[in-house]
Unconditional design. Structure first.
Length: 349
């Protein structure tokens, strides 16, 4: 019970200290999901307890001994030729718990440098990196309840400006074996800048609290998930300058856009599903309400907010692909490759 108390105290303390909304923070790349599986299921936390090391990026409490000796790589073809990815390795130590180390990076590419008259002076690069060290263990030898943490060392270089920061993710996970239900809670990116782009200009990090649940149907090859994102702030809406207010043609009265309680609530919801056709082949899909509301074009919503993908195993390699539609302008393509090095050791012996 003491462990539950400490977790609750932590969550509510960081809510007070870090509550922010998107667009107000530095190091926003920390919210980019590299994993093809995560991208296919809505781009947020995937509350599933299995041996996929990529899920630790969303909640360190999902790290478990089944991931020991697993090596994973993910790469993303993003918009405007931006490239980002993630690589990680996990190792279990029976007496102490399970550890993982990973690197998250984003390369924004080359930019043309000009002066205020438009004359070209040269070019510059921009990139950001996060070195992640994760740890998780069960509580009181109860394999159903796991807590974990990820320590992030962050470096950002944007032209001649650079910044260093530290952040931590803290999570908890509980698996109900008989019900085939998994619950996950995580507080992400609680931290601060250590050095600033400009002296004295301290910018907040993209802190977020997520709560998720998944349910595997007992007599069907289907797993459903529900994730609530940005729980540290209920109202995620903002005034969109692209949306004009309606004017009554008779009275001339301006009618402002009304955002309902239901709309505010749905912006927190991410739905996901996995069809488990076999141990070696899965089909995935997701729906992100907030992404659709904020990035969709009212006259042609298309598939904005929807995502899909698949995962399969060939020999000792797990391969996943995910595609997420952000806007009519295009979608992101995610690729992940994982292998357990322990399986190669066994074959060599």
């Amino acid at each position: 019970m003491k462990h539950y108390f400490y977790l609750i105290v932590f969550v509510f303390s960081v809510i007070r200290a870090n509550a922010q909304s998107g667009g107000d923070n530095t190091y926003e790349f920390l919210n980019l999901s590299s994993s093809a599986r995560v991208a296919a299921m809505g781009g947020q936390l995937v509350p599933v307890k299995d041996n996929d090391l990529n899920l630790v990026f969303g909640n360190p409490a999902l790290l478990n001994p089944e991931m020991s000796k697993q090596l994973t790589f993910s790469g993303v073809g993003y918009f405007a030729d931006i490239k980002y990815g993630y690589a990680a390795y996990a190792q279990d130590f029976e007496k102490y718990g399970t550890f993982a180390a990973g690197m998250h990076y984003v390369n924004y590419g080359d930019f043309t440098e000009t002066d205020n008259t438009g004359e070209v002076l040269g070019s510059f690069k921009a990139a950001e990196y996060s070195l992640n060290l994760s740890y998780a263990r069960t509580i009181n030898n109860d394999s159903a309840f796991t807590v974990g943490a990820t320590l992030k060392t962050i470096y950002s270089s944007l032209e001649d400006y650079s910044s260093v920061g530290m952040a931590v993710d803290i999570g908890a996970n509980y698996y109900f074996d008989e019900a085939l239900v998994n619950l996950s809670l995580v507080a992400k990116n609680a931290g601060r800048q250590l050095t600033y782009y400009r002296d004295g200009n301290n910018e907040p990090l993209p802190f977020e609290i997520e709560l998720g649940a998944s349910k595997k149907l007992a007599k069907a090859p289907l797993r459903l998930s529900l994730v609530l994102q940005n729980l540290e702030k209920f109202d995620l809406t903002y005034k969109d300058p692209a949306k004009e207010n309606e004017t009554d043609p008779i009275t001339g009265e301006v009618t402002e856009e009304k955002i309902t309680f239901g709309d505010k609530a749905l912006r927190h919801v991410v739905l996901g599903a996995e069809i488990l056709l076999s141990k070696n082949f899965h089909i995935r899909a997701g729906y992100n309400f907030r992404r659709r509301n904020e990035l969709g074009v009212e006259t042609k919503m298309s598939t904005v907010g929807l995502s899909w993908g698949l995962g399969f195993r060939i020999s000792k390699f797990h391969i996943s692909y995910g595609r997420a539609t952000y806007h009519l302008a295009g979608a992101s393509n995610h690729f992940s490759l994982s292998a357990n090095l322990g399986e190669f050791y066994k074959k060599a012996q």
